[in-house]
Design a protein around this ligand. Structure first.
Ligand SMILES: [Ca+2]
Length: 238
């Protein structure tokens, strides 16, 4: 065997591997790039101190309408790495121009404890609070704490996102458990749920918009509407 033949044989043996190596290298590089873009991480939620533990057993509720309370912590919610609570400290307006207790800033002030000075309380019937994110964002989760001082279920919980501050057009509904349309925003198919310290995490599925509006119509505990905190986890939209 000549040196040339040896080299040719070696080349023949190596070539498929070499091209395979290149392909793998390319795929790995592409995979890394995709990973950086689409990398997911558990939402870094900071939960308040639980005001009570356990699950209610003596409140009769229609299981078709109200979600059974869980005695386990909520599983981590996966969202794109780097999302932030873009609602923090943002301006809040409301259907109720003169809240009974507290002020609207308390909805985005970061204090979600069950204390008496952590929430704003709005009048009875259907009311809403609205957060201006100041620019369009892509939202992955909205977390809402009405009041977690005692066992209760809020009614007509509707969460919508829009670029229109008047919510007359381009309205996207993230959550609606108004199953008999008593608030007139359309029949909701989501379930009612018991308030607790974890808040209600709603999967916003990347919906885009500048304004978030959250409706409610009292609870099993009170006809009034408390809002302790709202978080909106997302990133600025291009
Ligand atoms: Ca608050």
């Amino acid at each position: 065997m000549t040196v040339k033949t040896m080299i040719m044989n070696l080349w023949t043996v190596m070539t498929p591997h070499r091209s395979l190596g290149l392909s793998l290298g390319f795929l790995l590089a592409a995979g890394t790039a995709l990973g950086a873009d689409g990398e997911m991480a558990p939402l870094p939620l900071k939960l308040p101190i639980p005001a009570f533990m356990g699950t209610p057993t003596d409140i009769p509720m229609d299981p078709n309408l109200v979600e059974k309370p869980s005695d386990k912590p909520r599983p981590p919610f996966m969202a794109p790495k780097g999302v932030q609570n873009v609602a923090a400290k943002k301006k809040v307006i409301s259907s109720d121009k003169s809240p009974i207790t507290g002020s609207l800033e308390l909805v985005t002030d970061g204090d979600k404890e069950s204390n008496d000075n952590s929430f704003v309380e709005l009048h009875r019937k259907t009311q809403w609070v609205q957060i201006d994110l100041e620019k369009k964002h892509k939202l992955y989760a909205i977390v809402l704490w009405h009041a977690h001082n005692t066992f209760q279920v809020y009614h007509d919980v509707v969460v919508q996102v829009s670029d229109d501050p008047d919510f007359t057009q381009g309205v996207k509904t993230v959550y609606n458990n108004d199953q008999d349309n008593s608030s007139g925003l359309g029949i909701g198919t989501d379930k009612e749920y018991f308030e607790n310290y974890e808040g209600r995490l709603m999967d916003a599925k990347g919906v885009e918009g500048r304004y978030i509006r959250c409706y409610s119509k009292g609870s099993t505990y009170s006809a009034l509407n408390r809002y302790t905190e709202i978080e909106a986890w997302g990133i600025p939209a291009e």
